[in-house]
Design a binder for this molecule. Structure first.
Ligand code: ADP
Length: 267
């Protein structure tokens, strides 16, 4: 699904967050949204998902303005994985992932729905936990269950808010591979907020670098990951290496590092 964001503005009471965002996302791209804390990344994802109605601007899915779509229509198009989610009621991993099928049936799931959920649990390495209580899992396991729920939804666009933040490095790679394969096998698009510049560099087709509620830079990883951009956006000096065609960003020091000890009175 092609997603266009046109001149998007969003404010919380007393706080302007998104200040004129324009994006054009292709159907099967992995797009990583990066930027410092508070730059508006999660808010952007919530606006696209429809959780936060913008003050002005348009979000367009394949030519249809999202404001014209019902929640159920949006749920058939978009799978959203929040940063974390605790369930107020007790549910098994299987039932939690089955919730992803809800936009596709009325009150009774079909054998196909059960097969889809079973396949996703298998694919995500969660089959052995399927009867465990979601609320009793580790943060990393819960994160994988939420991704599984979004994949079971079979959306056209997957919106992920820091999907790897609670995962060990093996599961980070596993989840990124699953997302990568889903894009290519099922033809879905992915918009992902992520802090890990190196994972983004390895898997993203496109990077959106945000700063203070605007898109500071947008393009392929090799265009965006420059010393100048990292310093300007994060205030960090970084070294950038290329290994087997993939860029690695190694943060060296804060640009204002000399000021920190003095201001804290440490030395
Ligand atoms: P990021 O994801 O880049 O860290 P967010 O989109 O979460 O940034 O937040 C952007 C700004 O909006 C921050 O200054 C944050 O404090 C503020 N903010 C986020 N959620 C709320 C809220 N529910 N009410 C008021 N302000 C909020």
């Amino acid at each position: 699904m092609r997603v266009k964001v046109e001149d998007l503005y969003f404010s919380y009471p007393g706080k302007d967050v998104l200040k004129g965002i324009n994006l054009d996302l292709k159907e099967t791209d992995i797009v990583c949204v990066l930027g410092p804390n508070g730059s508006g990344k999660s808010t952007l994802v919530k606006c696209i998902e429809g959780l936060q109605p913008p003050q002005s601007g348009n979000i367009i899915f394949d030519g249809t303005n999202s404001s014209k779509l019902s929640r159920i229509e949006i749920a058939r198009l978009i799978g959203y994985v929040p940063q974390s989610s605790s369930q107020l009621f007790s549910a098994s991993v299987f039932d939690t992932v089955m919730m992803g099928r809800k936009p596709h049936y009325s009150w009774r799931c079909s054998d196909d729905d059960i097969d889809i959920v079973a396949d996703v649990l298998e694919q995500m390495g969660l089959a052995n936990l399927s009867m465990n209580e979601y609320n009793c899992l580790s943060g990393g396991q819960q994160q994988r269950v939420l991704i599984a729920r979004a994949l079971a939804q079979q959306p056209e666009l997957l919106l992920l808010d820091e999907p790897t933040s609670a995962l060990d490095i093996a599961h980070q790679l596993e989840v990124m591979e699953i997302i990568h394969n889903s894009v290519h096998k099922r033809g879905i698009g992915v918009l992902m907020v992520i802090h890990d510049l190196n994972l983004a560099s390895r898997y993203a087709d496109k990077i959106i670098m945000m700063k203070d509620g605007i898109v500071f830079a947008c393009g392929a990883p090799e265009e965006i990951f420059t010393k100048e951009n990292i310093e300007e956006v994060y205030g960090v000096e970084a070294n950038i290496f290329s290994h087997e065609g993939i860029l690695s960003v190694i943060p060296v020091r804060r640009s204002d590092a000399k000021l920190v000890p003095e201001s804290l009175g440490i030395f």
